[in-house]
Ligand binder design. Structure first.
Ligand SMILES: N[C@@H](CCC(=O)N[C@@H](CS)C(=O)NCC(=O)O)C(=O)O
Length: 337
């Protein structure tokens, strides 16, 4: 063994310094070949077993080559994608958002369902709002929240190597664009596109005023990063109040609102047509399993878990519990009020 190592070490030095004699067919490490001019090609071997082995190890380790980085092109688009995906595994994408926000939840669910490597970064809800434009509410208008990424304080935003961005931006905003991008590049699992089902669209519209009245006062009381600072709470109250929302009246109307919501939740139960065997058999809106349709409805149900005493029909409860659990997204039940 000692002898073999000595021979190997000697040959290694010879390989590094000796003039190459012949080119072999590319071995495993050789496929990562960038279309750039000046890099050392280690596919030049001496023809002896030990040296060939060392050359293969050298090449597999990527020694002597210019390292691939996102944006580089090899001679194969499939390989570029593979390398990009490996980059994401090592350096996960970042989903910037608010914990309470349904649009952020939508992106988070889809990214997790399809197995994208990502982490979440949450912000205070008032960070990035300009007090000059918001009657004194908000703070850090230049550096706060996602302003440095996209120039405005709207979440969610996805950032990271290889994420497509518009000119002048450093991240991809818009929840459905993030979902579409993720569905297009995901490797581990798939999600079906949205159907455009009219019943889903109508249900979302009909439930909106009731759920907003129930959620808004309660979301602000939750122990989440979004409202950790009193300035975040004040900004949110200002934002909704100026658009005509009455926090006190909404809280007082809780029994009436709950009564309004109950038949809508029953109706949703009848709209759940399938289950997804690839996702722990969770209930789904469509017969063929998870689709973008589910990412439109589930965030709404998740938000509603901040309402104490809210009863959901068993299938709807199972839908929100399993759908969110599959994505590692917590419900608000323990913070409900
Ligand atoms: N169409 C956008 C809507 C995003 C949106 O409205 N986000 C809200 C959070 S719930 C936001 O960031 N609002 C900032 C503000 O109002 O200050 C999407 O789907 O991503």
């Amino acid at each position: 063994m000692a002898l073999l190592l000595a021979v190997a070490a000697g040959s290694s030095a010879a390989f590094l310094h000796a003039a190459p004699t012949r080119r072999t067919t590319p071995h495993r490490g050789a496929v990562v070949r960038l279309q750039v001019g000046d890099f050392v090609d280690p596919d030049l071997v001496s023809g002896t077993f030990v040296v060939d082995e060392l050359a293969a190890t050298w090449a597999r380790a990527g020694k002597g080559r210019q390292l691939w980085k996102p944006g580089d092109k090899t001679d194969s688009a499939a390989l570029d994608y593979k390398l990009l995906y490996t980059t994401w595994k090592l350096n996960p994408l970042v989903l910037h958002g608010y914990e309470h926000c349904p649009f952020c939840t939508r992106a988070r669910l889809v990214l997790a369902w399809v197995g994208m490597p990502f982490v979440c970064r949450f912000y205070g809800y008032g960070a990035g709002a300009d007090p000059v434009k918001c009657e004194g509410f908000g703070y850090d208008p230049v550096e706060g929240g996602v302003v440095p990424l996209i120039g405005s304080k709207v979440c969610p935003v996805l950032s990271g190597a290889g994420v497509p961005v518009r000119e002048g931006q450093l991240g991809l905003p818009e929840s459905l664009e993030i979902c579409s991008f993720a569905a297009g590049v995901a490797k581990d699992r798939r999600i079906a596109p949205a159907t455009g089902r009219k019943d889903i669209d109508e249900w979302l519209n009909r439930v909106k005023p009731t759920r907003e009245a129930l959620e808004r006062p309660r979301l602000l009381r939750m122990a989440v990063p979004d409202f950790a600072d009193q300035r975040d709470v004040e900004y949110a109250r200002w934002k909704h109040t100026r658009s005509g929302f009455d926090f006190d009246a909404a809280e007082k109307a809780t029994p009436k609102l709950l009564a309004e919501l109950a038949p809508l939740l029953d109706e949703l139960g009848t709209m759940l047509r399938g289950r997804d065997p690839a996702h722990g058999s969770m209930p789904t809106l469509n017969l063929w399993g998870l689709s973008i349709d589910d990412s439109l409805v589930l965030p709404v149900l998740r938000s509603l878990t901040c309402v104490k005493g809210l009863e959901m029909p068993p299938l709807v409860r199972e839908y929100v519990e399993t759908g969110c659990a599959r994505a590692g997204v917590p419900l608000f039940t323990e913070m409900a009020s």
